[in-house]
Write a protein that binds this ligand. Structure first.
Ligand SMILES: Cc1cc2nc3c(=O)[nH]c(=O)nc-3n(C[C@H](O)[C@H](O)[C@H](O)COP(=O)(O)O)c2cc1C
Length: 161
């Protein structure tokens, strides 16, 4: 894989926590990759994966393990308009709350499953953030993303040592 041209963070959110995490990453990881673009998932479909970006899905969970309202069209498009995404490298930040033990972080897990089904390659483990554990999602996101980017860029052909 060539070194990705940019980091594209796709945000699924109900009450903006995931958006704040993405914005914190935009500022906190600017020294590792440039540019970093943050996009809400609203109105997106599977074609967003046509580019050569490194993709980071940053999404919360709502309802009973559902993807957020603004993420539904993109999520359904991955199922209804399937295409081979073998060129896609991605990571997932899944926001949830352990007070929903049966469906903890399902929003992010659902995206991960669907992308993997289409041949996309996940880099590293998911970050599963628990709103009940007392940690700040923004800080946890930046710390995780710096590690994840180091791994992602290291595995890209042409990465600087
Ligand atoms: C109505 C409602 C339903 C939720 N359902 C789940 C769930 O099924 N699983 C889970 O892990 N978290 C669930 N959560 C927790 C949120 O995903 C979590 O608080 C997250 O940080 C919110 O991020 P957001 O502001 O970006 O939407 C729910 C929260 C609300 C308000």
């Amino acid at each position: 894989m060539n070194r990705p041209a940019q980091l594209l963070i796709l945000v699924g959110t109900m009450t903006q926590t995931a958006q704040h995490v993405a914005q914190a990453i935009e500022m906190g990881c600017a020294d590792l990759i440039s540019p970093i673009e943050v996009r809400l998932m609203d109105e997106l479909d599977v074609r967003i994966f046509d580019g050569d970006a490194l993709y980071l899905l940053c999404t919360s969970t709502t309802g009973s393990g559902d993807v957020p309202d603004n993420a539904r069209a993109l999520y359904e498009s991955l199922g209804n308009e399937p295409r081979y995404l073998g060129h896609v490298r991605y990571g997932v930040i899944a926001l949830g709350d352990s007070c929903y033990p049966q469906t903890f972080c399902n929003g992010g897990l659902r995206f991960d499953e669907r992308l993997a089904d289409l041949g996309a390659i996940r880099i590293g483990d998911l970050l599963q953030h628990d709103a009940s554990d007392g940690s700040e999602a923004e800080l946890a996101g930046v710390v995780w993303c710096r590690e994840w980017l180091a791994q992602a860029l290291h595995t890209s052909k042409g990465a600087k040592a």
